[in-house]
Ligand binder design. Sequence first.
Ligand code: KIV
Length: 273
Amino acid sequence: MSTHKKSDIKKITTHQLQEMKNRGEKIAMLTAYDYSMARIIDGAGIDVILVGDSASNVMAGNETTLPITLDQMIYHASSVVKAVKRALVVVDIPFGYYQGSSGEALRSSIRIMKESGAHAVKLEGGSEVKDSVLRILSAGVPVMGHLGLTPQSIYKFGTYTVRAKENEEAKKLIEDALLLQECGCFGVVLEKIPAELGKKVSSQLRIPTIGIGAGPDTDGQVLVMQDMLGITKEFKPRFLRRYADLNAVITSAVNNYVVDVKAKNFPSEDEKY
Ligand code: KIV
């Protein structure tokens, strides 16, 4: 358990992320969707927790991020916020809650901020979401962009393959990143793009870039927690480094529990009242 008192802990802010980029310190970001895991990763020193709409996949078992609702995202976000003492908490605005109009984008962001207590929102896209980004920022809500592979557009792309390999798409991505910066975004996630492009965008932007499959030169890295802990087994993209095999650990613990219960070895004399 963390030994910090709440008041001893310096909270991470968007300004601190900017300072980290300025001094060349890399930013560590992971996803979380619930209180218990958020508490562990916050205590372990993560800088940013993303309540990603990947909750749709890893928590709800959907094939894509599209089905998750705003209410569900707010539920996950408020569980995470209650656990966090230090990290900046960023919440994805889910598909269908910002594309319709900038007014809808603002209303969704205000609900996220008010009802979950999170610190910032993230949305996918560049020039096509400019009005929404500006409107949300005008209410004082920090916004993070997301370019490259944008999973909410999976049915437009048709595949989860590497984006912006061709010059035209790479040029548009750079323009979009600069636009998001000019709008006032405090950072941009770059997902599954060539490492050279990740490096180029990161050196052209003043604001931090956070990569997932965007090479080593982005200003920070993000992974989906279930993937890096080895809970999900089937998902094996090249960019994913597994830091644990929790699938095996949990399977073995549950197997042992089942054996003990069946064999009447649990509970023991010491484990009863
Ligand atoms: O939803 C999510 O987890 C994300 C990350 C992959 C960046 O957007």
